[in-house]
Design a protein around this ligand. Sequence first.
Ligand SMILES: Cc1ncc(COP(=O)(O)O)c(C=O)c1O
Length: 429
Amino acid sequence: MPKDMTETRDIFTRRESEARSYCRGMPALFAKARGSELTDANGRTWIDFLAGCSSLNYGHNDPDMKAALIDHIASDGIAHGLDLHTDAKAAFLSAFEEHILAPRDMDHRVMFTGPTGANAVEAAMKIARKVTGRTNIIAFTNGFHGVTMGALAATGNGYHRGGAGMDKAGVTRMPFDGYAEGVDSAALLEQMLSDASGGIDAPAAIMFETVQGEGGLNAASPAWVKRVAEVAKKHGALLIIDDIQAGIGRTGTFFSFEEMGVTPDIVTLAKSLSGFGLPFAALLVRPEHDVFGPAEHNGTFRGNTHAFVTARVAIEKFWADGSFQRDLAAKSRLITAALEEVAGLVPGARLKGRGLMQGVDVGTGELAGEICDRAYDKGLVIETSGNEDQVVKVLAPLTIPNETFAKGFNILLDATRDAMAERSKLAAE
Ligand SMILES: Cc1ncc(COP(=O)(O)O)c(C=O)c1O
């Protein structure tokens, strides 16, 4: 065990890989977390506007999920069960069917994949290819789908793509909604697919996030989503919605595509699916596309039994009636109003995203980074996103109390004011 704090810190530089990232900008030694706050080993507290990059939508250590998990462990409940039938899995599936799928008229089957989002995306792409006998998947500018080879081919980010060290095959990239000014990119997609010389091989799937989480909080309009769904259907391609970041309440409804009039063939879920920050991913697939044979897409950790326990509690606690969703609508209006204040401090700044997945495009990654660094120094954990990291992105837990939320926003306002004042000072010198 390390003897003091200095030694504790040294272990990271001495032994942890250079691939580490978040900890570089937020170097505290975090020790505890509850609700919407993180505390370091010295007892200093930060408000959390990052929420494990949307993996902690219900906050840290929800008391009901924690109690159920402790009970499960204390009573020698199954910890790892491969994909055997377990009581925890049955209870999760029953709750998911009753409170999520049935009320939304979704007849999808649930396939548990390896525990990361990228693994669910890989499985979705493979299913689409198996169903259609085609290879090509259409993905979009600024889309982020993970960094394992199959998923990385669909990810737009050049930095991540550069890490592959080999060709990334089987994906055609098209402009996302609003990417090219004045261009209706859904109409362009339809035109190119319908043109025998359009140069796009018949697609197995069209895959996108309705709000691009890592790509800068670009929110597709419902009309665009609907049109792209029609294009997919017309051209015999499966519609895959990657709801790994935008799902589980983040946009204000359980799925990000609700109220858009589309039913995806496949939905990928991970991050907040467990409700407790446990590794857990799944995809929802329409029964007619449930084509994998037993273990064809296997993995030792398909379905995390501890996550079944916490995810079941999350669904029963937050989604059994409409009250949580109504709270989210109110909170989303609060975020918009607060971010308008932040944007008002930066000439040319624009609001991005929707629901509880909103942010401010401040124009440059340098300024966004400066704002986030200053916010961290003042007690707020917050991150950037976008192709140049130019968006200050708010991903607070959905359960954050209004008072904590207001405190966090005051820190963000202060940080933005300070960063702008520093810029004015430098410009005057
Ligand atoms: C939309 C989306 N898809 C896929 C992934 C990949 O998930 P994971 O990091 O768990 O592999 C992410 C991660 O940020 C994501 O935001």
